[in-house]
Design a binder for this molecule. Structure first.
Ligand code: NAP
Length: 245
């Protein structure tokens, strides 16, 4: 195992976040398993991490809330004493063509995906600057790079995450903190299971590798970005999309 790290994974009760939390747990790290509403699933993730040799601790927090995000980081420092890696994974989608998209659906998606990322980085900045080390890994999306009909809110949030990531890399680089984004393509999770079969088939036609990705593909990339092997990588967007762009 590489040196033991304290890792916060937001939205770790399901899908990609769950796979990331379990992957860090298997490597023997200390993992904060954040969730919004699925306490039982978060508890299961913590138990699985313990069974595989790591240490997990579940914390409920709505990352769209400045105060709740602050509490999440404070709880991390209380339980594990430091924070080495922040993985901003929590995300929601409320898809609708522009003509029909409601203002509240634009605001809700921006609040979780974009403001939630800002909130979390805001609160880990001080401890990471003090430590003079840290890794920030933000989960964006391929659609934040290329746009997608019916997702003006989601695309804006994910493109915003890329812009913020590049800015964090420039602001924090001299203090030993890297910031990178992962831009997944179409990954099989609860979020994508909701889509109509016709939409899934249309996505599949755009993927040169011919299959959807797995949550584990994103977890592997997060492990790499948090490792010593990635020490000189910052401000980058790593596409994990089967060759889509
Ligand atoms: P998912 O299975 O729906 O999981 C979303 C996670 O986010 C859940 O753990 C959920 O917690 C949590 N969450 C939602 N709102 C939250 C809030 N306000 N505060 C804290 N946590 C919150 O989604 P997924 O497919 O794994 O997606 C994970 C990330 O990857 C998202 O950022 C998504 O945009 C991105 N992404 C996914 C794909 C894909 O194809 N699946 C592609 C590109 C990017 P509870 O379950 O406890 O409510």
């Amino acid at each position: 195992m590489s040196e033991q790290k304290v890792v916060i994974v937001t939205g770790a009760s399901s899908g990609i976040g769950r796979a990331i939390a379990l992957a860090f747990g298997r490597e023997g790290h200390q993992v904060i398993v954040n969730y919004l509403s699925n306490a039982n699933e978060a508890k299961e993730v913590v138990e699985e991490i313990a069974a595989s040799g790591g240490q997990g601790h579940a914390v409920q927090a709505d990352v769209s809330s400045f105060e709740a995000s602050k509490n999440l980081v404070e709880e991390t420092l209380k339980v594990f004493g430091r924070v080495d890696v922040l993985i901003n994974n929590s995300g929601i989608a409320k898809d609708q063509l522009m003509l029909r998209m409601k203002e509240e659906d634009f605001d809700a998606v921006i609040d979780v995906n974009l403001k939630g990322t800002w909130n979390m980085v805001k609160h880990v900045t001080r401890p990471m600057l003090k430590q003079k080390s840290g890794r920030i890994i933000n989960i964006s999306s391929v659609v934040g790079q290329i746009g997608n009909p019916g997702q003006a809110n989601y695309v804006a949030s994910k493109a915003g995450v890329i812009g913020m990531t590049k800015t964090f890399a420039k602001e924090f680089g001299k203090k030993g903190i890297t910031a990178n984004a992962i831009a997944p393509g179409f990954i099989k999770t609860a979020m994508t299971d909701k889509l109509d079969d016709s939409i899934k088939e249309a996505y599949l036609r755009q993927i040169p590798l011919g299959t959807f990705g797995k949550a584990q593909d994103i977890a592997n990339t997060a492990l790499f970005l948090a490792s010593d092997s990635a020490r000189y990588i910052s401000g980058q967007v790593i596409g994990v999309n089967g060759g889509m762009i």
